[in-house]
Design a protein around this ligand. Sequence first.
Ligand SMILES: Nc1ncnc2c1ncn2[C@@H]1O[C@H](COP(=O)(O)OP(=O)(O)OP(=O)(O)O)[C@@H](O)[C@H]1O
Length: 223
Amino acid sequence: MADSAFLQVSQLSKAIKKEPILQDINLSLNKGSIYGFRGKNGSGKTMLFRALCGLILPSKGTVKVDSQILGEEISFPPSVGVLIENPGFLNGYTGFKNLKLLADLTGKISDERIKESIRIVGLDPEDKRKYRKYSLGMKQRLGIAQAIMEEPELIILDEPTNALDSDGVEEFKALLLKLKSKNKCILLASHDKDELNFLSDTIYLMENGKIMDTYDMQGEEDE
Ligand SMILES: Nc1ncnc2c1ncn2[C@@H]1O[C@H](COP(=O)(O)OP(=O)(O)OP(=O)(O)O)[C@@H](O)[C@H]1O
């Protein structure tokens, strides 16, 4: 039997216009854990995350979510929340209305759950301001709310604390640990080493589209 990890990446490579972007990536990721990804700008974190949520197809190798091959058996992971770069929120709508529009695509999320998600990230679901009036940090918080509102099994967050103030970062850390305790599989890319060290069970260091190092953080002392 092959490995039965929740998210199984085997020999994943991606080239764009013959340029290697991801090279021979192998990962076995489980629920109830936080996986940190760090690496310089352009090292491939975002492209890897795109491949893991079915937004780009591998040139070689496979991504399996819950034993199903992405791009073959399923197009997208069945239960995934994603924050990659700027979510395509609409300027003329409130935060709630923006999330409501997305929620209506699946029809699975109640208005109450949308409001709860907005509260969880420290925003006010009754805020009547339009998205265009939001500060950068508020936009980022709304992006996090969008990623968690469906209570997905797999949560993929690319630089989620960019633009967050220190309270926002602390709230975010508490939120992630809570989601971990609810047995979610969480992937997080960040340039903040302390944040990754604090949150991650395992950290992967990426360079030139490859995983260059793996650090097992369990049992490590925080300074
Ligand atoms: N649409 C595209 N077409 C061709 N190459 C691309 C495209 N998007 C990204 N790349 C290239 O893929 C490589 C990996 O980029 P990626 O955005 O995944 O890096 P990253 O680790 O997320 O960087 P950052 O820390 O800046 O977010 C880079 O060399 C980039 O130039």
